[in-house]
Design a protein around this ligand. Sequence first.
Ligand code: HEM
Length: 485
Amino acid sequence: ALVVLLLVYLVSTFIFSSQEKGEDPPGPKPLPLLGNLLQLDLDRPYNTLLELSKKYGSVFTIYFGPKKVVVLAGYKTVKEALVNRAEEFGERDPMQIVKDSNKGHGVLWSNGDSWKDMRRFALTNLRDFGMGKKACEDKITEECEHLIEQYCRREAFDTTQPMNYAVSNIICSIVYGSRFEYDDTEFTSLVDRTNRNIQLAGSPSIQVYNLFPWIGRWIATKKEFNKLTDANKKQNLELFRRLRETLNPQMCRGFVDAFLVRKQHLEESGITNSHFHNENLMNTVLNLFAAGTDTTATTLRWGLLLMAKYPKIQDQVQEELSRVIGSRQVQVEDRKNLPFTDAVIHETQRLANIVPMALPHKTSQDVTFQGYFIKKGTTVYPLLTSVLYDDNEWEKPHTFHPAHFLDKDRKFVKRDAFMPFSAGRRVCLGESLARMELFVFFTTLLQHFRFTPPPGVSEDELDLTPRVGFTLNPSHHKLCAVPCM
Ligand code: HEM
C-alpha cells in the first residue's frame, strides 16, 4: 500500500507540476537532425517565421537543424517578454561563428558579470566621448562635410562606401579619439573588413555552419571570416600600442584610453580578477565597430533610396528643411521643429527593418510564458519584423507611410511598436548615438542634395527588396546626388 501511495503521489505531482509549468510552444513537426530547415527560406528566415506565426500564434517552436528556437511574434508578446520579463529573456545566445573567435568577451555576445561591466563601461564612455556632449554633434557635423565632398559627383554612384567611411569615423572618434582620412588604407581596410564580415555572418553557408559546426573545415566563408577577424585584431593591437605609448591619464581621448586607465588603476590596487582585461578591450572595440557602423550606414542608405523612389515625400522634407532651417547647419535641437522629417526617418527605420530577428536571446531560467513552458537556456528570437510590421499596430504595415508618425495636426507622435533597436535588458547600446547620427546625416545630406535614380531608370524601377545578409541592406543600386544650393 505504501508503494502504491508513493506512486500515486509521484504521478500526481508530475502531472500537476507539468500542468503548472505549461506545455511546449506549438510548431511545425521537425525532421530528425534537419529539424524544420526544409521549410525555412534560409536567405530570408524572418519571412518564414512571420508566416508561421500566423499559423501557430505569437509564441512558437521551430527547429533550426537540431537547434530548438522559441520565436516571439507581434508587438504585445515581444514587449511582454523583453520588457516585462526582461531578466528571464535577457541572456545572449552567441552563434558558433562568434564563439570561435570570441570566448564570451566583449559586450555584444557575452553574459553575466563581464557583460554587465562592459555594457556599463561602454555606455558611460559613449556618453562621455559620444552623444552626451555637444562635441559629438560637432563630430557628426564635421563628418557630414567630408561625406558631402564625396557625394558631390556628376555621375550616378553607389552610396555604400562613402557612407560606411563617414559613419565608421564617428565610432573611431569615440573609440580611438580621432577620425581618419578616407584614403588612409589603415582605416579603409578596417572598415571594409568589418563590413565584409557582417555580410559573411548572414550568408547561408555560415548559417549552416552555425547549426552543424563539424562541417566547418569544408566551409570557405568560415575561413575567410576568421582571417578577416584576425586581421582586424592585429590592426587594433597596433592602434592600442600607439595609444598606450601616448596615454595621458588626465586627458583620455576615447574609449580605449579610458579602458587602459581603468585597467591600470585596478592592477595598481592589486585587483587581479577584474573584467578590465585585454580580451574584453579587444572584443568590446570590435563589437562597437560591428554593431555601430553597418547598422547606421545601412539605415541612412535606405533613407536616400526611399527619397529617390518617393520624390513627393522628398519634396516635403526639403520644403520643411528650407522653411525651418534655411541654409544653416541643422542641429539636434531642431528635431522638434521638423516633425515631417522626423516622421520620415522613423518610417525609414520601421520599413527597412534592418535587424529582423534582433540578435539571438536565451532564457536565463525555466520560464512559463503565456501558458507555455520554456526551459532555461532555450534560444529565443524576438521577431522584430513582426513588431515593425504588426498589422494591429500599423495602418499600412508594408507601405512607406510617414503619416504613421504624425497626428491629425501633422505633429510628430511616438509609437510604442517602433522597436528597431529592440527593447529591455539587451536593447541596442548605441540607440541614442544612432538616432543622433541618423538625424544629422540625413537632414544635412537632404539640405545639400536632391537624390534621384540614375538617368534612364524610373522611380518604379528602384528595387526595395533587401539583399541577403546579417542586416538587411538595400539591393545594389546607384543614385544621383544633384546639388541643391
Ligand atoms: C544591439 C539595432 C546602432 C551597439 C542591437 C540590437 C538591435 C540593434 C536590434 C539587438 C538587441 C537585442 O538583442 O534585443 C541597431 C540599429 C542601429 C544600431 C537599428 C542603427 C540604426 C548601434 C550603434 C552602436 C550599437 C551606433 C554602437 C555605438 C550595439 C551593441 C549591442 C546592440 C553593443 C549589443 C547590446 C547587448 O547585447 O547588451 N542593436 N543598432 N548599435 N547594438 Fe545596436
